[in-house]
Design a protein around this ligand. Structure first.
Ligand code: ADP
Ligand code: MG
Length: 730
């Protein structure tokens, strides 16, 4: 029988003809047409209902029951006009993907009449059977209920899946006892806590600021490969990455892929998912090839953080679905292929006031510059004091392959601010005095507003090796994994900022109480923060070995593996921090810690099993078949009287193959034993560490021999699609 690998290669040509090229609609015409925007709401809601909804979005006002009924009715009419027959509460459980349970609008009244219905209750709260979502021990089976609750700040939307359309209501997900079981609930709390702390600090500069929102523009990297080839790789299907595969003769060394022309089949796919995204109100803006072959990136215009997170989660889902229509597969894993770059998510983050000011954008006057400097330095201080938490927030089995792999930001959290701002900070540190006039002069002299815009926008983005880089008017958190939910690391960043800004205000107030003028007090605290957080600033090559050494000297944490990086989540500092800002309780943090460990264990366990299965069912049989061919050949040559000299090459290959067969078999068995030993350990932490230190090292050793066999065995006998095929055929 022909193997899936060769079938897939044969099919490539016909697949290409079958799949249509994406349409080229005018974006503006369809943008947001599947979203219940305020504009749409205006059309479908009474004045009262509309006012209540927009107040709830703008200032978090509660929507009462009767009004909720009206809003629900309006939403249903709109959704039905778009062909929706079902609705679902759409939420982001801690599994990492989005979840939905569809219910029909259709229902039967007690007298037997069939009607279509969607009331305020159905809009605001649902009780999905949640017992199979991770809860980290929060939910005992006797209280297995979970609740989803409407988040009016993220608009409802319609998801079209093949023929069916569903009204999706973005919701948070909590347990019966009120603990968060998802990414959104703590994110919303952290946004609120950052708002409070940031508004307080803004008031030093501008009393009219009423609200500060965090903003996020994510950049999403991904791979796209042919679906038929992907289906012939059980490792990709089960784990999202290839556990075996020899590096192709050509990889990314020619650097010919980045910003190269987008392959036609992928281009059609992009057009298609972009159109879908536009209808959902996701403002995609950029698309281009990435560094590795078959790797691409897309990015939207930035949005309010909560909405941006929903949009990223939604888009990951849309991309995967649309890819199927094109007989392609999207790989969101951080490291689908060894030997070439992995994928990340760059989270561009800033804070904006309701007066229209980007707080990380240098102002035009000395006064607004001081506000910029305050928020800028507070961010650096926050990162400095909580680098361990940021590291924990991006830890995952997938991201472990990337961080510190000399192609992605290292596991050491540092901040890059560019040469010009480094100079500014040095200047402030050395020249700010406690006299008002002199200090005012320093501010004027710095003249940030003139120099920053030009200098920054060119200079700051050059250093791509930093995990946390200032890029002119925002910070870019680059160490996030490509498959991660953006909400989690942003929650941590917001909370850190809320804490730092709160302390900042306390310190400034204290100085003012002692009689310092406001500006002097602010400059003094800024100066002390610059001093205190210097260690975390790094302008050099983050991929270099020198930085590893230098960072160690500076005492910066460098936790390369998830099980250890996660410890920071449950430190006393973290417990205090998240509780103080009402983002996560001790219990919730502990649960999250437990869930992350469990995810790690399960993930590595599955990889181990897949490696064992593939080695046993695919690799060894193919190698042994070829071993037999060689044996027969040698036997035959011997039989007709050829001397040993004459079949030396065959013997060499045979010996090499036999050696690797042996290694694969022995190592696979040892790995299985190591897994058993790890499973028998007590705590999740111990298990995770054992999987990391005792099980995982076998993966590379086994892979080494398998990849050698791939080179030795007759190509026609090899069943797994090779790297050159997955990366270059489309
Ligand atoms: P690149 O990093 O590829 O050079 P840009 O710097 O232009 O690209 O933008 C990257 C992302 O940063 C985009 O999604 C953009 O919308 C976003 N961005 C720009 N300004 C802000 C901001 N104030 N807050 C959050 N994100 C922003
Ligand atoms: Mg960028």
């Amino acid at each position: 029988m022909q193997s899936l690998r060769f079938k897939a290669i044969d099919n490539l040509i016909s697949v290409k003809e079958e799949v249509s090229v994406g349409g080229s609609e005018k974006v503006a015409a369809s943008y947001g047409e599947n979203v219940f925007t305020l504009k749409t709401a205006r059309e479908y809601l009474s004045d009262e209902a509309f006012k209540s909804l927009s107040n709830s979005i703008k200032s978090g006002q509660k929507i009462d029951r009767t009004v909720a009924n009206q809003i629900a009715a309006g939403m249903r009419h709109w959704a039905q006009s778009k062909g929706a027959t079902h609705f679902t509460h759409w939420f982001q459980p801690l599994t990492g993907s989005s979840a939905e349970k569809h219910d029909s609008f259709f229902t039967i009244k007690s007298d037997g009449t069939a009607i279509e219905e969607f009331d305020g209750n159905a809009l605001t709260q649902q009780e999905p059977d949640a017992s199979s979502f991770p809860s980290g021990g929060i939910r005992a089976t006797f209280e297995a209920r979970g609740y989803t609750a409407w988040d009016p700040t993220s608009p409802a939307f319609i998801m079209n899946i093949s023929q069916g359309s569903t009204l999706c209501i973005p919701t948070i997900f909590v347990s019966y006892t009120g603990e968060c079981l998802d990414y959104k609930a703590p994110l919303l709390k952290s946004i609120e806590s950052l708002n409070k702390a940031a508004v307080d600090v803004c008031h030093y500069f501008d009393k009219s600021v009423g609200k500060v929102t965090a903003t996020l523009g994510w950049e999403q990297e991904y791979f796209v490969i042919d679906e038929g080839l992907a289906n012939a790789r059980p490792d990709l299907i089960m784990t999202g990455r290839t556990v075996f595969g020899h590096t192709p003769a050509k990889g990314q060394q020619l650097e010919d892929h980045y910003f190269g022309s987008i392959p036609e089949r992928v281009y059609a796919f992009m057009r298609d998912f972009e159109n879908e995204a536009y209808r959902l109100g996701i403002p995609l803006r950029t698309r281009h090839n990435e560094v590795a072959p078959a790797q691409f990136e897309c990015a939207p215009i930035y949005e309010e953080l909560n909405l941006a997170v929903d949009h990223n989660t939604l888009l990951m889902d849309v991309m995967s679905r649309v890819a199927k229509r094109h007989k392609l597969r999207v790989l969101l894993h951080e490291k689908p292929f060894a030997g070439i770059n992995g994928s990340g998510k760059h989270n561009n983050w800033s804070m904006a006031t309701d007066t229209g000011v980007n707080l990380l954008s240098p102002g035009k006057t000395p006064k607004t510059n001081l506000m910029f400097l305050a928020f800028f330095v507070n961010t650096i201080k926050g990162v400095h004091d909580n680098a361990d938490l940021l590291r924990a927030a991006i830890a995952s089995a997938g991201n472990d392959h990337r961080l510190g792999a000399n192609e992605a930001p290292p596991a050491i959290i540092s901040a890059y601010i560019g040469g010009y701002l480094s100079k500014v900070l040095n200047e402030v540190e050395s020249r700010v005095s406690d006299k008002f006039d002199e200090q005012d002069e320093v501010m004027l002299k710095l003249d940030i507003h003139k120099n920053i815009p030009e200098l920054l926008l060119d200079n700051t983005d050059r250093n791509r090796t930093s995990p946390f880089a200032f890029t002119g008017n925002k910070f870019e958190f680059r160490a996030v994994g490509s498959s991660a939910n953006c909400g989690y690391n942003m929650t941590v960043l917001n909370t850190i900022m809320a804490e730092t800004l709160t302390n900042f205000k306390n310190e400034v107030d204290a100085l003012m109480e002692k009689g310092d003028k406001k500006e002097v007090a602010i400059m003094q605290v800024i100066k002390s923060y610059i001093k205190a957080s210097k260690n975390v600033l790094f302008e050099g090559d983050g991929y270099s070995d020198d930085w590893q050494k230098e960072a160690a000297k500076r005492g910066l944490p460098n936790l390369k593996t998830t099980p250890l990086a996660l410890d920071a989540l449950v430190s006393d500092k973290a417990m205090h921090l998240f509780e103080k800002h009402k983002v996560l309780t001790h219990k919730e943090l502990e649960a999250r810690y437990e869930i992350e460990l469990e995810k790690y264990i399960k993930y590595v366990q599955i990889e181990g099993r897949v490696i064992g299965d593939l080695a046993g069912n695919h690799i060894l049989p193919a190698a042994i078949r070829y071993q037999n061919v060689l044996i027969d050949n040698i036997k035959g040559l011997k039989e007709i009287g050829i001397k040993a000299e004459g079949y030396k090459a065959q013997l060499n290959v045979l010996n090499e193959i036999s050696e690797h067969i042996n290694k694969v078999q022995v190592l696979t068995e040892e790995m299985t034993e190591a897994r058993k030993a790890a499973n028998n350990l007590g705590s999740s932490r111990e298990k995770a560490i054992a999987y990391c230190d005792k099980v995982k090292p076998y993966f590379d050793q086994i892979r080494y021999s398998v990849d050698k066999l791939e080179l030795l065995v007759d190509d026609s006998q090899w069943e797994l699609p090779k790297y050159r095929e997955m990366l270059f055929l489309r």
